[in-house]
Design a protein around this ligand. Structure first.
Ligand SMILES: [Zn+2]
Length: 329
C-alpha cells in the first residue's frame, strides 16, 4: 500500500479504502476501479475475516488480482488489534496492516501513549521485514462499528503525532479529527468547526512524508438513507462527512479515506427496493446483483471525488520483496 500512497501524494489525490467481506463487494470495487481506471485498496476488518473465515476473502482478492492484472491492488487489514493479528494477516498475504494501538486488544478500552507506541513499533518491525505497509492510529475515532471502538472520540495531538511517527516508523497515520465510524456521525450538517481539519493541516505541516488516513469518512448521502426508509427501513436522520471537507483534507496530506457505511447503505436500499418491487422473486443472484450494482455506483462516485480515477496506470506495482529491500535500506 505504501507505493499506492506515495504515488497518490506525488499526484495530489487520495485512495478510497473500501471494506469488503463478500464476493459482491470485491466485485463491485474492482468493477468501479476498472470503470474509473483507479488504484484499489480493499480493507478487511477482523469481523470480516471472522465472517468469511478469511481464506475465502483472500482467495476472492487473488481472483481479483488475476482478473484485473493491470490495476494496482492493496489488501489491507483494517483495525488490527494486536501485532499477532497483523502478523496473521501478513502470513495470509495482506500487503498492508493497520495496527490500532489506540485501543487495547479488546478493541474497546482506550490505551495510553506508551502502549500504543510499543505495539505499533512491534507491528512495524514484523511488517517491514516482509515488505508490508503499516498504518497506526493516534487519538481516537468516535463511534462503534463491527464491535470495534470505545464510543468516545479524542482528537489527535500534532506534537504527539510527531513523536509517535518517529518512535514507531509507521508509513501512514490515522488521525482523529471528530469523525466517527458507523452511520450516525453527526446530528446536524457538520461545518468546518465540527471537523477539526486544522488538525490535519497542522500534522501535515510537521510530518509532510507521512500519509494521513481518515476513518469514518462516509458521506452518508441523504438519498441513500431516504431510499432505505422509503421501503420500510428505519434509519434516523443523520449526516456524514461532506465531500468538500474531504477534499480539503486531500490538499493537506490525506492519502487514504476509509468508506464503508455509504456502500452498506446503498446495498441495503437496493435490497429493500428489490424485495418491495419484486415480491415473487426469490433468486439470490438477482437481489445480490442489485446490491452489487448499487455499491459499485457508490465506489465509482468516491473514486472520482477522491481524485484516484485515471491514476491506475501511472506506475508499475512493485513487489513485497522490493519493498522489503527499500525498508531495509
Ligand atoms: Zn476505522
Amino acid at each position: 500500500m505504501r507505493q499506492l500512497l506515495d504515488e497518490a501524494a506525488d499526484a495530489g489525490y487520495a485512495v478510497g479504502a473500501f471494506n469488503v467481506s463478500n464476493m459482491e463487494q470485491v466485485q463491485a470495487v474492482m468493477e468501479a476501479a476498472r470503470a474509473t481506471d483507479s488504484p484499489v485498496i480493499l480493507a478487511v476488518s477482523r469481523a470480516a475475516r471472522a465472517y468469511s473465515n478469511d481464506r475465502f476473502l483472500v482467495h476472492l482478492v487473488r481472483a481479483a488480482v488475476e482478473l484485473y492484472p493491470d490495476l494496482p491492488v492493496s489488501l489491507h487489514q483494517d483495525h488490527g488489534n494486536s501485532p499477532e493479528t497483523c502478523l496473521s494477516a501478513i502470513e495470509l498475504g495482506f500487503t498492508s496492516v493497520m495496527m490500532d494501538g489506540s485501543l487495547a486488544e479488546d478493541g474497546k478500552t482506550p490505551t495510553d501513549f506508551e502502549h500504543n507506541v510499543a505495539v505499533t513499533r512491534t507491528a512495524v518491525e514484523q511488517a517491514h521485514a516482509a515488505g508490508v505497509t503499516v498504518e497506526g492510529e493516534l487519538g481516537r475515532i468516535g463511534g462503534i462499528e463491527d464491535g470495534h471502538g470505545s464510543g468516545r472520540a479524542h482528537l489527535t495531538d500534532p506534537d504527539q503525532a510527531v513523536e509517535f511517527v518517529e518512535r514507531t516508523g509507521i508509513d501512514a497515520l490515522a488521525v482523529a479529527i471528530g469523525t466517527s465510524h458507523g452511520a450516525y456521525k453527526f446530528s446536524e450538517p457538520p461545518t468546518g468547526d465540527v471537523l477539526a481539519m486544522d488538525v490535519v493541516e497542522r500534522i501535515h505541516d510537521r510530518l509532510p512524508d507521512v500519509h494521513l488516513v481518515l476513518h469514518g469518512a462516509s458521506s452518508v448521502p441523504e438519498q441513500l438513507v431516504d431510499r432505505i426508509n422509503e421501503f420500510g427501513g428505519e434509519i434516523r436522520p443523520t449526516w456524514g462527512v461532506p465531500v468538500e471537507e474531504l477534499r480539503r483534507g486531500i490538499r493537506h496530506g490525506v492519502r487514504k479515506i476509509n468508506v464503508e457505511t455509504d456502500a452498506r447503505l446503498a446495498a441495503t436500499g437496493a435490497l429493500r427496493h428489490f424485495f418491495h418491487e419484486r415480491r415473487a422473486d426469490f433468486e439470490p443472484r438477482a437481489y445480490l446483483g442489485a446490491a452489487r450494482d448499487a455499491m459499485r455506483a457508490v465506489y465509482v462516485e468516491r473514486m472520482t471525488q477522491f481524485g484516484q480515477a485515471g491514476h491506475a496506470h501511472d506506475y508499475e506495482p512493485i513487489s513485497l520483496g522490493q519493498m522489503r529491500d527499500r525498508y531495509r535500506g
